[in-house]
Design a protein around this ligand. Structure first.
Ligand code: CMC
Length: 429
């Protein structure tokens, strides 16, 4: 806590509030006693100026384009480490040594199978169900399958639930995909890495041998690292809010998945690729740029802009590199969508409207092209985001549950409805 105090003058009275400093980032004014002392609430729709919690997991400096997990820059984690290493870091706070890593990998790997009865649960969905709809339902249903890890007051059960979700999410995501395309489920194979196993569960079929391409598995792993956590974004805040009532972790993660689905959040990668297809060719770009700038047109350039980053999204840089590696490995030299993307990026980075509003490409701009090249249909893009973000949601949920000051999240409001009035019988209305 710093010695600085924030002073508020309201209704002729003066009030003082403590100011807290973190290790990095802006100071926060502690207004938790504001209502008790002044009778007023704060008003901040969209939480643009509100720190909802104290956290030591992830830090973002949106002006500089910095993203740190437990202090480590995202580019170093993505280029030098593995996704499971990042999972360990997010969950436990430190990078693992060799024996810790081996133990963690073993525990995750040996939880990859789902209860056999769960297979039948899938058949309740329409055969052409969107895989995100399946994910919301099946992850929520995990609380009906794994009763022995829903007691949030037991640290051991919390850890088992966490490992179960990290381990089973690829299996369930791959099953959602297989169900969606009408192919048989492929069981996990424990001698493969996390990402190689996932690719195999998605793309192998029983009638053929399937060898995982190591370059593509590494790209998949990097995509997972880039999506692993992102501070108090909408879905993470949803998970925390759901968890603050004491709801079980599977239900909380299902809530996070539901929130992630929206096109302003995780659904943007699907929307970005659809937009690139709609633009179709480089000569159409000016028309779409004009539409994006037109206040009377709801069209937005998907994959551009971010609530926090007012600089190049650091994840987008690595995503762009990964995209080129994947296309190179697959020998895709003339992808028209990539041509549109590169030209669009060039124009938007120099166009006055985008420069002035600090609208840079975000991670979703290049992830769609990469995932398409890997063989995923657009409907799976947000599922992959959910798979990777699960560890971030869990780390944030665990941090909240283990915080002794934790209480149920309950925002207040500025009420602008009718004042109190008396009930009018129907024949008098
Ligand atoms: N294209 C055109 N104009 C835009 C765009 C865009 N993509 N994004 C923002 N603007 C304009 C917006 O019209 C507004 O203009 P004005 O001040 O004249 O009214 C200004 O920029 C500020 O926009 P905002 O909507 O107030 O900003 P926000 O912080 O509420 O929204 C955002 C952030 C990400 C929702 C928004 O930039 C957007 O809709 N982008 C497209 C969707 C997208 O790519 N989302 C993925 C985010 S990254 C992945 C994730 O974290 O989930």
């Amino acid at each position: 806590m710093s010695d600085t105090k924030a002073k508020l003058a309201l209704g002729g009275e003066s009030y003082e509030f403590d100011v807290h400093s973190g290790t990095l980032g802006p100071d926060v004014i502690d207004i938790s006693s504001l209502y008790a002392s002044t009778g007023a609430f704060t008003y901040d729709p969209g939480f643009t100026s509100t720190a909802s919690c104290e956290s030591d997991i992830t830090f973002i400096d949106g002006e500089k384009g910095v993203l740190l997990h437990r202090g480590y820059p995202i580019d170093q984690l993505a280029e030098k480490g593995s996704f499971l290493e990042t999972c360990y870091l997010l969950l436990y706070g430190e990078l693992p040594n060799k024996s810790q890593m081996d133990d963690f990998e073993h525990r995750v790997t040996h939880h990859t199978m789902v209860h056999e009865q769960m297979n039948r649960f899938f058949t309740g969905f329409r055969r052409d169900a969107h895989p995100m709809a399946i994910m919301c339902g099946v992850i929520g249903a995990m609380s009906a399958f794994y009763h022995d890890s829903t007691d949030i007051s037991d640290p051991r059960q919390r850890m088992i639930a966490s490992l179960r979700m990290i381990a089973k999410m690829p299996t369930i995501a791959a099953m959602a995909y297989k169900y969606h395309v009408g192919q048989p489920f492929v069981y996990p194979k424990n001698d493969l890495s996390y990402s190689a196993n996932f690719l195999r569960m998605c793309f192998a079929v029983p009638c053929e041998e399937y060898a995982v391409n190591p370059v593509l598995a590494r790209a998949m792993d990097r995509i997972f690292i880039l999506h692993a956590d992102h501070e108090q974004n909408a879905s993470t805040s949803t998970v925390r809010l759901a968890g603050s009532s004491g709801a079980n972790p599977f239900a909380c993660i299902a809530a996070g998945i539901a929130c992630l689905w929206g096109p302003a959040h995780g659904g943007a990668n699907e929307a970005a690729l659809n937009m690139l297809s709609e633009i179709g060719s480089v000569d159409q770009i000016p028309e779409y740029i004009d539409r994006a700038k037109d206040k009377n047109d709801p069209f937005r350039l998907m994959g551009f802009g971010h609530r926090v980053y007012k600089n190049y999204d650091p994840r987008a840089k690595i995503m762009q590199k990964t995209c080129h590696e994947v296309l190179g490995e697959l020998g895709i030299t003339d992808d028209p969508l990539l041509d549109v993307a590169m030209e669009l990026e060039k124009i938007a980075l120099t166009d006055e409207y985008f420069v002035e509003k600090k609208l840079y490409p975000n991670i979703d701009f290049y992830s769609g092209i990469t995932l398409k090249a890997l063989g995923f249909p657009t409907t799976m893009f947000t599922v992959l985001f959910a798979l990777a973000r699960t560890v971030g949601w869990i780390a944030q949920w665990k941090e909240m549950i283990e915080d002794p000051r934790q209480k149920i999240g309950r925002p207040r409001q500025l009420y602008t409805g009718a004042p109190q009035r008396d009930y009018v019988p129907m024949d008098k209305r």
